[in-house]
Write a protein that binds this ligand. Sequence first.
Ligand SMILES: [Zn+2]
Length: 541
Amino acid sequence: MAYQALYRKWRPADFSSMVSQEAIVSTLRNQIITGRIAHAYLFCGSRGTGKTSAAKIMARAVNCESPVNGDPCGKCESCLRLAAEESMDVMEIDAASNNGVDEIRDLRETVKYPPQHGRFKVYIIDEVHMLSASAFNALLKTLEEPPAYVVFILATTEPQKLPATILSRCQRFDFGRIPAMQIVGRLRQAVEGAQATATDSALNMIARAAEGGMRDALSILDMCLGYQSDVTDELVRNVLGTSDRYFLFRFTDALEGEDAGEVMRMIDELMRKGREPMVFAREMSQHMRALLMAKTCPDELANLLDLTQETAYEYVEQAEEMTVTRLMRMLELFMSVETELRYASSPRLALENVALKCCLRTQEVDARALTDRIVQLEKKLAELTEKIASGAVVAAAPKAKAEPKAAAPKKTEAPKPKVLTPTGRSAEDAWKEAVKTLQKGNPMVYGFLSFGRFAGCDGTLYRWAANPAPGAEMYVGMLNKPQNVQAICAALTDAAGVESRFEAVMPQADQTGPADEEESLLTALGETFERANVIVQDEPK
Ligand SMILES: [Zn+2]
């Protein structure tokens, strides 16, 4: 038998075996059960999030003679015919090939004839945004008055490119990126199916690199298994090479750690793999921008940059280690080297030069670098002051003898910007800490939480509000189940150091009000420059 790519082999045959997209799956299932099938569906979402799989399952389910709980039975004549791809009742059109003009013309011809075997004729149009204007017009005519036996399933990664006339005629479903945890689960099945072995961290690395796309994840695993049947961390790193986000995180760690040796080694690795210094500098600029955003609006990061929650957390975590000034300085350096690289006789030298500037900040004398160093010192001082105030340093490091003097006046001067929990964390930080704990200990609850956001804390009552999106009610319901509330409260209690309560609520009207934004910006500025030093002034007219 010919080799079958893993992503084909593991393509789900029914809704039950689909990974993630729970809200969409349950709506589609319900439509099959109640027989309320729409004439046109639009499946949107990035690569490998399950659009085509869901479309294929839907095509089988609408034609199945005896669906089981909304799933195609897999046994009836229609199911068997479709599985063998012998049926003319389901047609797949790839709009990416020659703009689909001929295919849409054919479609308009064949749509007149009722299905041969099943109840419905299903047209799946992949990458529908690639259709030419004339093909769209032709499609629109059919969508306006579809025969009763026709179902259209349009799939696209770029819904914003579709004309409003098409959008308004479709029932739209947005497929989110698949959480890394769930991708790891499927990878594990695939590894076992292939009678191979893999470490957890190797699979984690693959899932992270795939950024929420199952298809990419399985393709990377396929590549790894092509080398050897034991998938190790080192193998994954080699297969991914220097091309993934992981490399950018490591490189930034080395810069922040002022580890010039490691930085030079990593640049050497890039060059040996034939990477373009200019492209890498641009990627580093993007990375710095993402870290700056993580610093200023951590809760919105996943949405703003279209990342999985896990990747967003990695940015937030790395950004926590760095100051805004430092990030801005690095961003500036990498942006300036982009132009420099265009004319540099040795691009490698220019890249090494900028990396060293980022790295060896203590050697630099220009104003920016000095500000950076002052901010760094202030940060260290503030940390120390806080530790001394809480008694942690005195016990741990008796050497810090001169500090208490500096601590005393400082403490009375600086007003605390936020209400702190007994562990010294702000309510929001306690919430973040609790979410991190849940990510490790209770991935299901963590998954539900990613469909909304922290909505404030009254004393010890923490609130989470669902995002205003389909399925909000279901997530609220799931999170308010006693066993889930209990798990969340336990994590919160740990993080806050006081018995805490939890409640999930429906989306709030003022969820992203301007006041909220202003507050989070102030908080971010306050964290960097001390709240007392931040003066809010109206814009001059
Ligand atoms: Zn069937």
